[in-house]
Design a protein around this ligand. Structure first.
Ligand code: AMP
Ligand code: ZN
Ligand code: FE
Ligand code: FE
Length: 303
């Protein structure tokens, strides 16, 4: 059996593996194809592509864009004023993977620019809040860490790492749960890209747009999730990531069903982040056919 992993991160965003080293790890993990899908950046793609060639691993140039799903669908039969707001909160996060993208596309470059601005204006606000709470770290340390790692984006994982290095938390998980995660006391929301813009930039770059880890939308009711998927399909979404390290086999099956009912593609990957997450490259054992189906669909696209 041959396998692929279509969701990974490198030091270009918040992973700990340099993009040029990922392909050797992929080969050792027995993978025939691997996608690099760094958060809001294509900075690692050229290096990773070269190394994939050397290792004889098929490469899928990708990106993972943090998007805003747009207005929540009307909640089922309740008249409370704040229900719409709650629904929005419960929706969690929406990440859209672009697979088979051109790394130097102009609209993707605009997306990268917008998202960098969004993080750059939010990050110091998080550090300010942390300082007020007595967590004494400086934003220069965060920037310094990101620079040393060669990251093209600076995000919360870098802030968490500095908190850990300085002994303010015992684990990265604690940094997120207590402080900078969505329910943390130093959380600051950043601007996200409207899903419509994310999907159209991915298409402009010749890629396929795939909803990443549907579980993270927070929509546990399959009907509600399907409603969001339909909404995004109308904007051009091509498929759903059914296998992911956060999905139980039961959930993966549920997502496969939604995809097949809506006649959409499926993808799968580990969401490998190097040492930064407890996730093994290739750990999802995604059959290579998943890659082949996506590759065929991509070749047939009329863009
Ligand atoms: P940012 O895009 O800068 O807001 O950072 C988001 C990234 O932080 C995500 O892509 C994850 O890699 C990481 N992250 C978010 N929440 C958590 C969490 N609860 N535990 C660990 N990592 C997290
Ligand atoms: Zn990440
Ligand atoms: Fe994600
Ligand atoms: Fe990811």
């Amino acid at each position: 059996m041959r396998y692929c992993d279509l969701h990974t991160h490198s030091t270009a965003s918040d992973g700990t593996t340099p993009p040029a080293e990922l392909p050797a790890l992929a080969r050792r993990a027995g993978l025939s194809a691997v996608a690099l899908t760094d958060h809001d950046t294509t900075a690692g793609l050229v290096q990773c592509a070269h190394a994939c060639e050397e290792q004889g691993v098929q490469f899928v140039p990708g990106i993972e864009v943090s998007a805003d799903p747009g207005p929540a669908p009307p909640p089922p039969e309740t008249a409370e004023d704040d229900v719409a707001h709650d629904a929005e909160q419960r929706r969690g996060t929406l990440h859209i993977l672009g697979l088979f993208i051109r790394h130097d596309d102009s609209q993707i470059a605009q997306v990268e620019h917008r998202m960098r601005d969004a993080r750059d204006s939010r990050n110091p606000a998080i550090v300010d809040k942390l300082n007020e709470l007595g967590v004494d770290i400086s934003y220069d340390d965060v920037l310094d860490l990101a620079r040393r790692q060669g990251s093209a984006i600076v995000g919360r994982p870098h802030i968490a790492q500095v908190m850990l290095d300085r002994g303010h938390v015992a684990t990265l998980r604690e940094a997120f749960e207590r402080y900078i995660g969505q329910n943390g006391i130093a959380y600051v929301r950043r601007d996200r890209l409207p899903a419509r813009d994310a999907i159209s930039a991915i298409h402009h770059a010749g890629g396929l747009a795939i909803m990443a880890h549907p579980i993270q939308t927070g929509l546990s009711d399959p009907g509600q999730l399907e409603q969001l998927v339909v909404q995004l399909k109308n904007l051009g979404l091509n498929g759903i990531e059914t296998r992911h390290s956060d999905h139980s086999p039961h959930l993966a099956e549920q997502y496969e069903l939604i995809a097949s009912q809506l006649n959409m593609l499926t993808s799968g990957g580990s969401d490998f982040h190097g040492d930064r997450k407890d996730v093994v490259l290739g750990g999802q054992r995604v059959p290579l056919e998943v890659y082949e189906r996506l590759h065929n669909a991509w070749q047939k696209r009329d863009t």
